[in-house]
Every structure is written in C-alpha cells, then in structure tokens.
Design a protein around this ligand. Sequence first.
Ligand SMILES: Nc1nc2c(c(=O)[nH]1)N[C@H]1C(S)=C(S)[C@@H](COP(=O)(O)OP(=O)(O)OC[C@H]3O[C@@H](n4cnc5c(=O)[nH]c(N)nc54)[C@H](O)[C@@H]3O)O[C@H]1N2
Ligand SMILES: Nc1nc2c(c(=O)[nH]1)N[C@H]1C(S)=C(S)[C@@H](COP(=O)(O)OP(=O)(O)OC[C@H]3O[C@@H](n4cnc5c(=O)[nH]c(N)nc54)[C@H](O)[C@@H]3O)O[C@H]1N2
Ligand code: SF4
Ligand SMILES: [Mo]
Length: 743
Amino acid sequence: MSRTALRICPLCEATCGLTLTIEGTRVTSARGDRDDVFSKGFICPKGASFGAVESDPDRLRTPLVRKDGDLREATWEEAFDAVAAGIRPVVERYGGDSVGVVLGNPNVHTMAGALYPPLLIGGLRTRSLFTASTVDQMPKHVSSGLLFGDANAIPVPDLDHTDHLLLIGANPLESNGSLCTAPDFPGRLKALKARGGTLTVIDPRRTRTAKLADRHIAVRPGTDALLLAAMAQVLFAEDLADLGDLAPHVQGVEELQAAVRDFTPEAVAAACDVEASVIRTLARELAAAPTAAVYGRIGSCTVPHGTLASWLVDVLNILTGNLDRPGGALFPQAATDKTPRPAGPGRGFALGRWHSRVSEHPEAKGELPLSALAEEIDTATDQGEPIRVVITVAANPVLSAPDGDRLDKALGSLDFMVCVDPYLNETSRHADVVLPPPPPSQSPHHDFAFNTLAVRNQVRYTRPAVPLEPGRMAETEILARLILAVTGMQGADPAAVDQMVIDGTLGKAVTEPHSPVHGRDPRELAAQLTGESGPERRLDMMLRLGPYGDGFGVRPDGLSLAKLLAHPHGIDLGPLRPRLPQPLKTRSGKVELLPQPIAGDLPRLREALRERSDGLVLVGRRHLRSNNSWMHNVPALTGGSNRCTLHIHPEDAERLGVRDGAAVRVKGAGGEVTAPAEVTDGVRPGVVSLPHGWGHDRPGTRLSHASTDPGVNVNQLLDGSLLDPLSGNAVLNGVPVDVAPAE
Ligand SMILES: Nc1nc2c(c(=O)[nH]1)N[C@H]1C(S)=C(S)[C@@H](COP(=O)(O)OP(=O)(O)OC[C@H]3O[C@@H](n4cnc5c(=O)[nH]c(N)nc54)[C@H](O)[C@@H]3O)O[C@H]1N2
Ligand SMILES: Nc1nc2c(c(=O)[nH]1)N[C@H]1C(S)=C(S)[C@@H](COP(=O)(O)OP(=O)(O)OC[C@H]3O[C@@H](n4cnc5c(=O)[nH]c(N)nc54)[C@H](O)[C@@H]3O)O[C@H]1N2
Ligand code: SF4
Ligand SMILES: [Mo]
C-alpha cells in the first residue's frame, strides 16, 4: 500500500513543496506539489531524487563511538555519555573557547539547525564559532550590518516584478538561487524576459544563466567591486542618481559621491577587462529602467573585496531608488520574524568585538573565519588556549574550507571531536562520537532562514512524512541532548531545553511595549501553546508573536501552528512590500551609505587598480545535480556532465599544451591537484574553473559510491591566508594558479 505525504525539499534554498510517495517507510518517488502556494509544482532533478538521497545505504543508522581506536556502533545513551565524558573535563580545565563549534550549510535546511545551535554556543560560552558563512555570504551580512544596522536584513530582488535584473556572480540555473529563495528561478527569469524585462549577467564564465541574458559581461574574476564602484561613479557624474522616496531614510550621499569619484569607468576598465563604454551603459540602463534590482552572490562574495562588492550592490539599488520599492530589492517579512519594533535608532552593528588568537582576525557576526580553524587548533600562542575539542553540526570543512590537508591533520590531533552528521566522511572520520540525524522524510520542516530571503512572503510547515524508525532520534532531540551533555546536564530531559527557550522568550515579550502580549502572564501564554513536540511549540510561539501572528488571541485571524497545520500547502502572505524605515537598526536610524569600515577599506580597492597579473586565476562552478560536498554518493545524481574537471579556454589550453581530456596539474599557494582538462570557451581566457566538494579519496570514510569517482579537492589549492579582511570570508574565486600538463 502506498500513500503520499507533503515535504518541503531541504536540498537547496528554493524550498520547493514536494509530494512524496511512500511505501511502508520508504520514499519511492517525489514530484512537485502543484498546490504549494510558493513553488506551484516546480521540482528539479535533485528534488526528484529525494528518495535516493535519503535511502543511501551509506547513511549512518546508529551513533558511532570510538573504542580502542575504532568507530563502533553504539546506543544513544552510550554516545551522549561519551560526549559528556570527552568534553566536560576540557571545558572545566580550559574554558569554553577551547571548544570549537563548526556549523555547516545544511543547518539552514533543518529546523534543528535553526533552533538549537545558538543554545549550544551560549551554553558552552565559546567564542570559537566557525560556520559555512565565512566561505559564503559573510560579506553580505557585514555590508547589511553596516548599511542597515542588521546583519540579517538582506534585500532580495523582486524577481517577479522587476523590469531589469543585474545578476553578479550567480548562476541560479544551476544553483536554483541563493540569498534569494525562489522556487523555479529559471522560470521566473524567463517570465522576466517574457514581460519585456532585461537580464544582465556578470560572470567570467558563460553559464546557463548567462546564455539566457540579454547581456553577458565576462568580467575578470575578483574585480566586481571596481566595476560596481565605477557604475556608482557614473550615476553621480551623469546626474542619474535619484533616491526617490528613499531620500529621507538615507544619509551619506555626498560622502559616497566623493569616495567613488576616482573610480571612473576608464580607471577600472583595464583591471576588470571590461570596456569603459560598457560600464557606462550598465549604469545608464540601471538608472533608466522603470524598476531594477542588482543582485550579487557567490562570485561577488568569495573574493578579496567581497564586502565592498556586496555593499556596492545595495549602493546601486539605493542610488537608483530601487531599494525597498516593488520591482527593486526589498526586505522580506517572514512569519517567524520577531515582532516588528517601532522604527527608530537601534544599537548598530559592530565588527571586531574580539579577534582570533593566532592571526588576530576580527570576529564578524560573532564568528571567526572558517579559514582560521586549522591554525586555531594546531598553533600554540601565549594568547590563550588552542581549540582542543571540535563539535561539527552538518559541516564538512575538510572539503569546503581552504587547505583541507592541514585541517585534516589538525582534526586528527584533537582531544575530542563530535559530529552530528549522517555520513562518515572526510571530516567526521576524525570524530570520537558521530550522532546521525534521521533522513529528511522523518524530520519536520519549516524554513526559518529562507523565508527571510524569499521573493514572496509565505509560510509553510510540514510534519515528518514518515514516523521515526525505531532506534532513530530526531535531530532536534540530538541537538537538545548534545546541549545538555556539554553543559554538565547529561541525562536531563531534553524538553527542558525547549521549555527554557519558551519561558525566556515569553518572559521578555511581555515586557516589550510593542509586543502584542505586553503585560500578560507568560505562564498563561505558555499554556496556550500547541504542538506535538518542543520544536513545534517553539514554532507556534514564534508564529504567534510574529508579524502575522494571532498575538495569543489579540488578532484571532492571525497565524498560529494550528492555522498553519490546517493549510498543508502553505499560506501565501503576499508580495514583498516596502518596509523602510522599520527594518533599520543603525544608530542614526537611517541607511548609513558610507559606514566607516567601508570607507576604511576603499584605499585597498584603489590599490587593486594597480595590481595586474597576466597569470591564470581559478573560479568555481556548481552543477545542478550536486550540492557542495555531500551528494556525490548518490548514483542518480552523479555522472554525465557532473564531473570534477578543469575548464580551460582553448587559447590557454593551446598556449600551455593542455589537451582536452588529458590530466593537468593545477598548483596554488596551498598545494597541487591533478584533474582532467575540459577545453571549453565557456570560461573566459585567463580563467580556469574547478568545482568544489570533491576529493573523496581519504581512508576511513564510508562513501562507497563517491569514492569510485573521488575527484580532487579544489580547496587544497588555497592556503587559508587569502581573506576579505572586513568579513573574514575566504577568497575562493579569482585565486592565482599555475596550470601545466601532468606528466
Ligand atoms: N572552492 C569552493 N569552496 C566552497 C564553495 C565554493 O563555491 N568554492 N562554496 C562554499 C559554500 S557556499 C558553502 S555553503 C560551503 C558548504 O560547506 P559545508 O557546510 O561544510 O558542506 P556541505 O557539503 O554543504 O555539507 C556539510 C555536511 O552536512 C551533512 N548533512 C547533510 N544533511 C544533513 C542533515 O540533515 N543534518 C546534519 N546534521 N548534517 C547533514 C553532510 O553529510 C556533510 O557532512 O562550502 C563552501 N566551499
Ligand atoms: N546544484 C547546486 N545548487 C546549489 C549548491 C550546489 O553546490 N549545487 N550550493 C548551494 C549553496 S551552499 C550556495 S551558497 C548557492 C550559491 O549560488 P550561486 O552563487 O548561484 O552559485 P554558483 O553556481 O557557484 O555561481 C557563482 C558564479 O560566480 C561566478 N564567478 C566566479 N568568480 C567571479 C567573480 O569574480 N565575479 C563574478 N561576477 N562572477 C564570478 C562563477 O563563474 C559562477 O558561475 O548555491 C546553492 N545551490
Ligand atoms: S530546486 Fe532545490 S528545493 Fe526545489 S526540488 Fe530542486 S533541490 Fe529541492
Ligand atoms: Mo553556500
């Protein structure tokens, strides 16, 4: 007997609603849910392989605990006892900072990852926090923090209504979008063109997205900040800057004008390898469009001037009056956002409140650069204790961060390591305890993070489609128990963790004048919460306190968990709407257009005008049927064009004597790898491309399919020293390399 159940897809940021077919406890197929209020039936090949992804026989079914050097299957009780015994003595002797917490990308794709890590970090009192953000979007957080006073206030292009989209360093036809949650991104781009809009793509590769564009500019990698600064300069010089309704909310326009004055198109053209006249045209088109949105992603973030480029993306939106207006770039309002407080000055955003021990990198958003994790473990200084224990949750930094070999060695030298991960992979092979979450069909799902980045306000929740198998533990419970184990409360009831959050949140809400529950009794409110589990009760609380919530009875038609459960395909909350000045939390209460740290970084950008090298630089790429490091073990998603090859332009190939299909050696500051060449004019001359997440040839892993075609780890070419200084983000694109035929 088969049945169907709904499940939001967790495999990328598009958050498509899926209809799963289930036989017994097995997901046998997945199709798009046509009634989903947001995705309306869209599905991609990864979503269609949902069943294959989760039934991978290499997925761990029980915890593993290291005994006499080997990882062996163990009970949950043994596993958490081992965690407490391994971590507590280290915390007591060396303090919380001696425990490094590493959070990987899939945390933003699970409810557990949204609800528990803050408590883990708070409970440990550790400042040794490293996440995938510093190999990804930290520059955007920093620029938003500085411009708007809130690192999480990220404007999203109004994809469905804009007349002109300028897309920089993003390839949504493969990635399905990022920091812009839009199921069927490809369809939405085609709709933009069908309604007469224009698409411009800036990318050193002629990607599938670039092929769709009206204009493709194959910029030299790493130079977008120069190009965007020149566009801003043109807007001022040609009197095209027009803030419109934004003007009263923005300060620093004149200072900005002065700051970009010398970044003329002529001055940047050679560095960017884009003609000055083309840069002028880009600026004019942006200003002339009835509405327009500038949007930058990986290729604009993971570069030496990532924060400046991210800042300039919003500067251009602001100067053309497109920030916070329909058709431009707007701030979404998610159902689980905090109760909106009245507009007015806030606390602002601070950078560098503390520094890493070894290289003294400033923290950003409470995090240290993932690039610095290895040295924080393997280097002694007189500035405090090194990291002796690492806890990873959904992270594979041995492949995703620079210099995996060094990190690999460092992880092997730890006193103790715990990984919450479904796989025994390049990172978790070093663990003393592995705690495997259940497959996604057995987990509830709500997108806490991606709804704050979605092109339409909407809310959806799916309960587990399949009941937890015997012997499994929900990831929410794993993390709650982990928190108890590392804070000296091993064995306590995990429900206490949720109750603590509920009591704390409601206790605070009743004291806030702007809260719908101001002045009420928190115990009375807590008693009203519904839900089958702690996480569900927390979701109910957040929905009810949130911007669309029922305010615990104040707005009876508002949102609650019960209401959401009554709408299994989700609830549409309408298009993105102007919200300024409410989201601003700067000290001035305005958009601060030229914040001091940005002004302080502009001289470095000016220097980049002079740095010219004629050597090859490396960029990455993504493949539709893959996802970072962890989907190469699923046969249905591998093979074909999804390969770890070096793309190289025919001119460069000829000059270097590289033949299509032949092995080439690629050398960077951090090491050397050998991969087959794929000669293609899909990359511009001077640029080569290797995808990331490969290199599955280390011993002690359980990745039987991935290890048959391991590929190479592109991040071994990096030594971890190249960072965007303001954000601590790793430079992963535009990295100098040498390429030669392999002997
Ligand atoms: N050169 C280069 N390097 C890059 C990038 C690049 O473009 N170029 N991209 C960077 C980016 S954007 C990112 S986000 C990072 C990603 O880097 P990471 O977050 O380190 O890597 P992932 O491969 O996404 O997966 C992390 C781990 O999550 C586990 N996992 C999967 N599902 C679950 C789950 O439900 N629960 C738990 N607990 N674990 C799960 C997987 O088994 C895997 O071990 O890589 C970065 N590295
Ligand atoms: N299929 C698939 N989907 C994914 C992922 C995946 O691994 N596979 N990963 C997910 C994650 S974690 C993320 S963060 C998102 C990322 O989403 P996207 O940012 O859309 O990802 P990419 O496909 O890496 O696109 C980055 C583009 O930037 C270009 N680029 C490189 N350097 C530069 C430069 O200096 N300037 C400019 N202008 N462009 C440059 C590259 O050629 C590439 O085409 O994708 C998510 N979705
Ligand atoms: S686009 Fe992303 S969310 Fe949608 S089905 Fe594919 S992997 Fe899943
Ligand atoms: Mo990412």
